[in-house]
Design a protein around this ligand. Structure first.
Ligand code: ADP
Ligand code: MG
Ligand code: MG
Length: 209
């Protein structure tokens, strides 16, 4: 089970993680993009954290929807609308819920991924955040199918995400700014895939604490 308090803790933990990795994410984006991914994400999630008190008494769906609106309005570039869409779609099926079981979390993760796929039109292997989000959902679904609880399933998802993140290094970028580099995008880890991995890792950390 994931409580509403844990969702709030997760958003705060992710914001802290982004702040701590701001330079790292920006460095990754400097290699194959425009050196702003850490800056974009940090701006968005600092804003999210500052606005959390105004929604903290609401249900999980409303909290995630508020996160989405903040990201869409405060983060430019590709990652703002894409993370905004992830949170918007993640919020829809968990509307009015005060806690999530492993099925709810599976639905949330799948809906978020579907939103990013629809919005960004990237496919698996295009060297984007999809390359982390998609294997993570698959691993989560498999673990739940085998009777795993939320923490077990999320452990599998984070392990899959960590591996998948490394797999973005040899990929040729086919979407986003990195795609402008063609062959020169090969050999660099994708920044958005990195932040997506951190997002999942932070949820696991909160659930295990
Ligand atoms: P920008 O590229 O506009 O500067 P960011 O640097 O904040 O935006 O984010 C870049 C990240 O966004 C990439 O590393 C990639 O993971 C992700 N991204 C870019 N385009 C897409 C897309 N069409 N679908 C999914 N993810 C994408
Ligand atoms: Mg960028
Ligand atoms: Mg940019």
């Amino acid at each position: 089970m994931v409580s509403k308090e844990q969702i709030l803790q997760w958003l705060q933990a992710f914001a802290r993680e982004i702040a701590q990795n701001k330079a790292y994410l920006t460095e990754l984006d400097a290699a194959i993009g425009d050196a702003d991914h850490g800056i974009n994400m940090d701006r968005g999630f600092q804003k999210v954290v500052s606005q959390l008190p105004t929604v903290a008494d609401k249900d999980i769906g409303s909290i995630l929807k508020a996160v989405s609106m903040t990201l869409i309005s405060s983060v430019g570039g590709a990652s703002g609308p894409l993370y905004g869409t992830w949170f918007l779609r993640a919020s829809t099926d968990v509307a009015h819920k005060q806690e999530l079981n492993e099925q709810d979390l599976l639905v949330l993760l799948q809906a978020g991924l579907n939103g990013v796929l629809q919005r960004g039109k990237a496919q698996l292997g295009d060297k984007t955040m999809v390359d982390v989000l998609s294997p993570a959902v698959t691993a989560f679904a498999q673990a739940v199918g085998e009777g795993g609880d939320t923490v077990t399933a999320l452990q599998q998802a984070v392990a899959a995400a960590e591996q998948a993140l490394q797999v973005t290094i040899p990929m040729l970028a086919k979407k986003g700014r990195a795609s402008y580099l063609g062959e020169r995008s090969i050999g660099h880890q994708d920044p958005g895939a990195t932040s997506a991995y951190l997002m999942l890792k932070c949820l696991l950390t909160v659930l295990q604490s």
